[in-house]
Design a protein around this ligand. Structure first.
Ligand code: URA
Length: 240
């Protein structure tokens, strides 16, 4: 989609360009409640959207953005941050060239102390599909500060599969699958994007996570060395 001024555009204009319909038709669709923006029903035709916005029209995500997007996997190193600016920590973005037409964004975030698979793209719709809850579980390797006895580990795994309520929250977090690797290392699959979710999950059961590494997102496994990145193939992009 062309015409993003300063990366922002009115919602009715974005729909009219993407669907090749008039602005007034786009406005009627919005007003009658056919449009969701980032999962929320909007009736304001003047709402601002940008390349990262997920626009749904009558339940389908709009493929509104022109080709030429970038999709990559990066092996995040310890201490790096996913923010755009940080005076005190290295940014993951330092590894990528100044972007051309579309801004590069991380698909979700990893904490400063988490390593492993980080996806980056310029395609907001794709990013939204990757992050949509319930669709593409992420696998993490967790190292704990203390060991867990075999019976303790079994109990923890049962609790995590059944659902754990995090501190100050109501909705439980469920772990899809879990494996014990050693007395203090586990692998777990989760499709949640809540802030610090894995660390808080273990904290809720009385454990302290000292190492967290993301191994995969959906069917996509990390296969580059720390600090390196590669572009995804068309088949990999189509996994999401
Ligand atoms: N859960 C966390 O606690 N941290 C991450 O970086 C990712 C998931």
């Amino acid at each position: 989609m062309s015409g993003f001024a300063g990366n922002l555009m009115r919602l009715d204009k974005a729909i009219s360009l993407a669907k090749n319909i008039s602005r007034s038709t786009a406005r009627s669709l919005i007003i009658r409640g056919d449009v969701r923006l980032n999962g929320v029903l909007v009736r304001d035709a003047a709402a601002h959207v940008d390349e990262s916005s997920a626009i749904e029209l009558a339940g389908s995500l709009m493929c509104a953005i022109e080709p030429g997007h970038q999709y990559m996997m990066y092996h995040k190193m310890l201490g790096e941050v996913c923010s755009r600016e940080d005076a005190h920590h290295p940014l993951v973005f330092r590894h990528f060239e100044e972007n051309r037409r579309h801004p590069l964004m991380t698909v979700g975030r990893l904490d400063q102390d988490t390593t492993g698979l980080l996806l980056l793209t310029t395609d907001g719709l794709w990013s939204h599909r990757v992050r949509r809850p319930g669709s593409h579980p992420k696998c993490y390797e967790v190292s704990l500060s203390e060991s867990c006895s075999p019976s303790g580990a079994e109990e923890v795994m049962q609790q995590m599969r059944a659902g754990v309520i995090l501190h100050n929250e109501v909705k439980p977090v469920c772990v899809r699958r879990m494996e014990q690797m050693t007395d203090r290392r586990f692998r777990l699959w989760i499709d949640e994007g809540r802030y610090h979710v894995v660390r808080r999950l273990w904290a809720a059961l009385g454990f302290h996570v000292v190492g967290l590494h993301r191994v995969s997102v959906g069917m996509l496994n990390l296969d580059v060395e720390p600090g390196n990145w590669r572009s995804l193939s068309a088949a990999e992009i189509a996994l999401f």
